[in-house]
Design a protein around this ligand. Sequence first.
Ligand code: FE2
Length: 373
Amino acid sequence: MPSVVWFIAVACGHISFWIVIFNVVHATPFPCRVVRVLERVCIAIAVAPLVVSPWISRMFAEVLPPPPLGVLAVLAYAELARRICFWIARRFVDDRPAEFEVVARDRTADYVGEGKLIRLLSPIPGNQSDRIEANRKTLQLDRWSDGWGDLSIVHASDLHLSGRIARPFYEMVVARTMALRGDVIIISGDIVESQSCVAWVRETLGQLSAPLGVYYLLGNHDVRMRPTEELRELLDSIGWIDVGGKTVEVDQGPAPFVIFGNERPWFPDLPSPPDPDDRLRIGVVHTPDQHRWAMREHADLILAGHTHGGQIRIPILGPLICPSLYDVWFASGVFQRGGATMHVSRGVAAFHPIRLWCSPEVTRIELCRRGAT
Ligand SMILES: [Fe+2]
């Protein structure tokens, strides 16, 4: 094989390794400024081979036999092999919804808000930040009680009210979320991140309601709204119920349930849910990295966000960037972990308003006994 092929392999393995580090950096609770510095370091080291590889490969082709076999080169080959195995496994190993249906796809041209970034990113072909997909998924649960009826849960996440995406977009999302007619609405964090949007929270998010309540917790971007107690007061004032570090027990409706939330690693408090009984247990986390905690608390259903589906999904390969300790494994979808079924939403928006081939979503979740469909 020509040496240039080997050098491309080395460069890909090297970039893949630094993408893993980049993803891990974004999964930490470090302050924003520290994360920004570390991400620039990762990007600089990752792209360096793209700059020098053509020159090096020409030089090696002339003076050394291919392939390069230094320690770093072998590590890069190993990382590339790991990445390829990872992609293949991700396609085949984890669960899919037992049933899936796209209920509606809406888009609005009136979504460009304030700032240079949105004006820069919105014209990029493939950017799907202007739309919302409303879908319906049936998830299978390992534990099932005959007393559980048809409880429907609408899951939305990562609304990111920053002003970059304009108010008409959120009015569209709220209307579509309400049209899914859930018994319960659950929002798994990253809700408001700019004071400039506080004025229109009541007229947009305040229009969400459900017979058994709208529940929420906060995420890493909500930390920008210091003091976050004021944000919680605002969301409480529009009728939402805070489950961040708390447990709420609902003994009415088609299936009595216990809901408990974990905002770690950005907020320290953990809830103390009661021991398992015949009620459905719903664990809400901002990051899917916390799924092991929810499993220890015997959650039947785990709802998470934070990862935005990866935001940039390369055709065939899928996502590359994902703020998680597990790289892109939990970018979005349905996962079976122990006795728990986890739904990771692609979310509604993002701090950086770019979503290449990665449409925002709101999901109506229906539940059934494993093996029933
Ligand atoms: Fe987010």
